[in-house]
Design a protein around this ligand. Structure first.
Ligand SMILES: [Ca+2]
Ligand SMILES: [Ca+2]
Ligand SMILES: [Ca+2]
Length: 230
């Protein structure tokens, strides 16, 4: 069993500010209305037209190189390292600050936007009613994390997958750090620990769920569209 670093607790303050600013100034350009967006666990974006299947299948098709319908650890690692090499423009085995900036602005600009269709957790201003039963959350739901950045389009709650891999916070991601982060991501996704990521282990992304709401749903009378993950 590989150790799990608390990937999920990484806070990306800068990203939050940028996303909020974009939401306020109308920076949102219709993600999901004109195209579907999926981010691989390494943060690689995949896009499809709004009337096409959700592009998680494009990532699976890329990563599942032996075409057995599931993603092995080796396949997952090879896919992640191929993306690392794409981001490492100067081939020094590090993703440095300019290379990360290019990722955020050119490779995956959706990371800086907020999809307004995604239902955000409500942060309660008041403490929970003590008569309503015990709450397992010691903050009473006061500080629930918002769904931002890559988390909107991904399988794992990581707003910025590249920066999240920077374990020693030196503002660059070494190949070794990337391998460690990739191992942790695989452990999270391979929920039954059989060494493969399969369709039934992959949750729908927040953007995918939001995109499945039909106009009838908004009127409160429709049903959610059914769609397979693959
Ligand atoms: Ca496979
Ligand atoms: Ca580099
Ligand atoms: Ca599995």
């Amino acid at each position: 069993m590989r150790p799990i670093r608390p990937l999920l607790t990484v806070l990306i303050a800068g990203l939050t500010v940028t996303g909020a600013a974009n939401a306020q100034t109308g920076g949102y350009v219709g993600i999901g209305l004109t195209q579907n967006v999926f981010f691989s666990p390494s943060g690689q974006p995949f896009r499809s037209a709004a009337n096409q299947p959700y592009p998680v299948g494009a990532w699976v098709a890329q990563a599942d190189t032996d075409k057995d319908g599931k993603i092995s650890h080796d396949e997952f690692m090879a896919d992640a390292l191929a993306f690392f090499d794409k981001l490492d423009l100067n081939h020094d085995k590090y993703i440095n600050s300019p290379e990360n900036s290019r990722y955020e602005t050119q490779v995956a600009p959706e990371i800086q936007r907020i999809d307004p269709r995604i239902k955000q957790p409500v942060n309660r201003a008041q403490a929970p009613d003590p008569d309503a039963g015990g709450s397992p959350d010691p903050t009473g739901g006061k500080y629930r994390k918002q769904i931002i950045g890559a988390t909107q389009y991904g399988l794992i709650d990581e707003p910025q997958p590249v920066r999240a891999a920077d374990a020693n916070f030196d503002f660059r991601v070494s190949r070794e750090e990337w391998i460690n982060a990739t191992n942790q991501r695989f452990t999270i996704l391979d929920r039954n620990e059989d060494g493969f990521i399969t369709a039934d282990e992959m949750p729908k992304t927040p953007a995918q769920i939001a995109g499945e709401v039909t106009p009838d749903d908004k009127a409160g009378k429709g049903k959610k569209k059914r769609s397979g993950l693959w």
